[in-house]
Design a protein. Structure first.
Length: 320
């Protein structure tokens, strides 16, 4: 007896990604070893210059595709929620229009989800640059489930959204995404945990995530930092972040002065934590020691970085 695979709806939003990147993403979806899937594409750019080319390419694909073209730019959150409403599958998967799935991504994630009775899973990722060159790997050392994931998420969001596979009922019960700029994914993961859904994270690197300097998260790094701090604080107390708290964080992120302080602080912390040149490290270290007493952002970013490295090193000791 052949057991039919459950239908997975893959949600992908296109904004201003280059056509060549979109085609790489589509090609990686077409070559998935998991075959029972549908693709829902939301084009959130009414002036998309390659729309006719995209339609031509989609006609060559032999599984169901829904193409939604927004009449005006709705933003990522509304576009994703629109795609979720259109989904027929019992499971939803995310992918960005500039990332690349490994061929067995969906099959491995579905096996991991069902084999461990999970509701929502993600995997590790490899980072690539604009020319498809490998930059680094962002991976854990063992598969994590349940409270192990919760411990990581209380420090930072390691649940990479282009790797998500989840039961559709989670999105339905949580009313999908809230309109939180640049941090909608972390907010959704935090709400899932607070509501008691069982999450799992795979050590396998199943998606190549493109480091795009023009992405929403890169452009709004300061806002993302402020809102994420609030979400983390509430998650540690098993609370959902209120819309009022989010509005306050957004208001603070509009300060040009605060944004400049954040950018300087991040540059310093990155130099300290990523630099391998001993002489430069000493110079940056002196600057860092001076600023850590006076800069809120330097302290917070450095502490966050230390916690992240500690927890990732601790995953070596977790037996799955």
């Amino acid at each position: 007896m052949v057991i039919r695979e459950s239908l997975i709806s893959i949600i992908m939003s296109i904004y201003k990604e280059p056509f060549i990147w979109v085609m790489e993403t589509l090609d990686s979806i077409v070559h998935q070893t998991y075959r029972n899937m549908e693709l829902i594409i939301i084009v959130d750019n009414p002036n998309c210059i390659f729309l006719s080319q995209l339609k031509d390419e989609l006609e060559k694909i032999d599984f169901p595709i829904k193409l939604i073209i927004n009449k005006e730019n709705l933003g990522l959150v509304e576009s994703l929620n629109l795609g979720i409403q259109m989904a027929r599958g019992c499971y939803l998967a995310r992918i960005d229009a500039d990332d690349v799935m490994l061929p067995d991504r969906l099959k491995k994630e579905m096996f991991f989800l069902k084999n461990n009775d999970l509701d929502f899973v993600a995997s590790s990722v490899s980072s690539i640059d604009e020319n498809d060159r490998h930059i680094k790997s962002n991976s854990i050392h063992h598969n994590l489930v349940g409270t192990q994931v919760l411990k990581l998420e209380k420090i930072n969001n390691f649940f990479w959204h282009p790797t998500w596979l989840a039961r559709k009922e989670i999105f339905t019960n949580l009313s999908a995404y809230r309109n939180i700029p640049a941090v909608e994914d972390y907010d959704f993961v935090a709400r899932s945990l607070v509501y008691g859904y069982k999450l799992g994270m795979m050590k396998d690197k199943l998606v190549k995530k493109r480091a795009n300097p023009n992405s929403i998260s890169s452009v709004n790094a300061h806002r993302q930092f402020l809102i994420s701090k609030v979400i983390r604080k509430n998650l540690r107390h098993d609370k959902i972040t209120s819309e009022e708290e989010i509005r306050k964080a957004i208001s603070m992120s509009r300060s040009i002065r605060e944004r400049k302080h954040y950018v300087v602080a991040k540059r310093i912390v990155d130099r300290i934590t990523l630099n391998n040149n001993k002489f430069q490290l000493i110079l940056f270290g002196i600057q860092f020691l001076f600023l850590i007493f006076f800069s809120y952002y330097v302290r917070e970013l450095f502490v966050d970085k230390c916690k992240q490295r500690f927890l990732f090193s601790m995953t070596r000791m977790i037996q799955y």
